[in-house]
Design a protein around this ligand. Sequence first.
Ligand SMILES: Cc1cc2nc3c(=O)[nH]c(=O)nc-3n(C[C@H](O)[C@H](O)[C@H](O)COP(=O)(O)O)c2cc1C
Length: 334
Amino acid sequence: MARLVQPLRIGPHEIWPPIILAPMSGVTNRTLRALYKPFGLGLTVTEFVSSNALQYGSRRTMEMIDQHGLERPVSTQLWGNDPQIMACAARVVRECGADIVDINFGCPAPRVTKTEGGSACLRDLDRCEAIMRAVVEAVDCPVTMKMRLGWTEQELVYAEAAKRAQAVGVLAVTLHARTARQFYKGSAEWEHIAALKRAVDIPVIGNGDLDDPHIAMQRMRQSGVDAVMLGRAALGNPWLISALRALMEGEEAQPYPHAAARLRYAVHHYHTMVEEWGEERAVPQMRKHLGYYLKGFAGASELRERVMRTTTATETLALVEATIERLEREPLVA
Ligand SMILES: Cc1cc2nc3c(=O)[nH]c(=O)nc-3n(C[C@H](O)[C@H](O)[C@H](O)COP(=O)(O)O)c2cc1C
């Protein structure tokens, strides 16, 4: 294997390949992280967890920081607006096995920003700094942070935020190259990611709109980032991860499997979710995931609609299995 890029180093962790699955609320639970890890993820991140909620430790909150064990190293992501509460939360997640604690300065959702959490912190860099310092002092593992470019296009504070992060001992920063105001509109501006890489010495992780392994490699080379983070495009398509890993290892990227094979994997994902979460909780969660897998073949959108109306695993899986049989009879359709 001829590595074309270097491993990502965060404190004691040598992360290979430098491919990270983005934290995605309601999506990247322990089951998904463990399922997608073998495709070639060097690091996975939990969905973000409220530092306030962690003080009460409800079952649902604790499930969010729970680990499978197979997907390590795991970074646990926290959000909040109060340095001391964030520090307490960091100690809790560290005790529960977090290898890295990541601080969320990127979420643009109003339920988070109205309490001055997530990307709203970028409007007050002194508070950002106080949060980072408190978390770094609270735990004996690496602390990282993930942010957007700034609150609006007129306030691009990412370089200043990263310099302050570096100064207080944060060991890596991830930049999703959109402003908070943009939510998911427009496209990620990778020139800013390259500028951030030039501005700090700690590792920089680039994130935003990577949906093709060749483009991801190109972005990595052009921006000089130390790792890339894949989000939406990897959902229902873990073969994006394996294709990118192959390129990083100096190999050819294999073509994505044909539709029947993709759906067989979706069935495996479904069974794993039912086994680990029980049918009642797995069925609604898997509706979302099947929506990601059921793409790119004749009849996909009709099947998606039918799956959205099913209420049991048996009913859903029967529909998907029937489609697999059809696709296997007509391989050229895939
Ligand atoms: C459903 C969903 C949930 C997300 N939840 C989080 C989160 O909990 N923490 C976070 O830092 N970013 C979150 N994000 C943002 C992603 O981590 C990532 O920054 C963004 O999707 C851009 O990357 P992409 O273009 O590869 O998807 C979420 C994105 C989506 C689509």
